[in-house]
Write a new protein. Structure first.
Length: 156
């Protein structure tokens, strides 16, 4: 944070200047006109800064979450391709094993039905895990709630 020397001026968004008399508590800038309108302007400025910081945090958190989902999806796809190849050989073996008790066509339908049921269950489970909730910026939401509570307490 830039330190301002006593006697300098601060220009606000409307072009008005107010004399700065030094740094206040916790690095906050103190203005000579600590009147109610001056404090309201100061509060508006600080809330704007806080909002911009929270927005930047939300963007960073969402970007991180999306990157994590992308990495997970590529890992799932690669693992799925390798698993698929192995599964085809295993299913062929199971089907050939079942021919000891039934004909080849019946064995193929039994194996196909079992694999289809297992696949549907796995697909449903994966779909639930990749819900929109996994992309929610939870830390940012908590931080904004805490900031809003703090602002309400300071206003009262």
């Amino acid at each position: 944070m830039n330190r301002r020397e006593s006697g300098s001026t601060h220009t606000n968004r409307t072009g008005h200047t107010s004399p700065v008399i030094g740094d206040g508590e916790n690095g906050a800038t103190r203005y000579e006109d600590d009147s109610v309108p001056g404090l309201v302007k100061k509060l508006a400025h600080e809330l704007s800064t806080l909002f911009n910081q929270e927005l930047a945090l939300a963007k960073a958190e969402i970007k991180s979450n999306v990157k994590d989902v992308g990495t997970s999806v590529s890992s799932i796809a690669t693992g799925g391709a390798v698993l698929y190849a192995g599964l085809l050989f295993l299913l062929g073996g199971v089907m050939l094993l079942l021919t000891n008790w039934m004909d080849l066509t019946t064995a193929a339908f039994v194996v196909g039905a079992v694999v289809t049921i297992i696949g549907a269950i796995l697909l449903s489970s994966g779909k639930k895990k990749m819900s929109a909730n996994s992309l929610t910026p939870d830390r940012t939401i908590d931080s904004v709630k805490k900031d809003a509570d703090l602002a309400r307490r300071k206003v009262k």
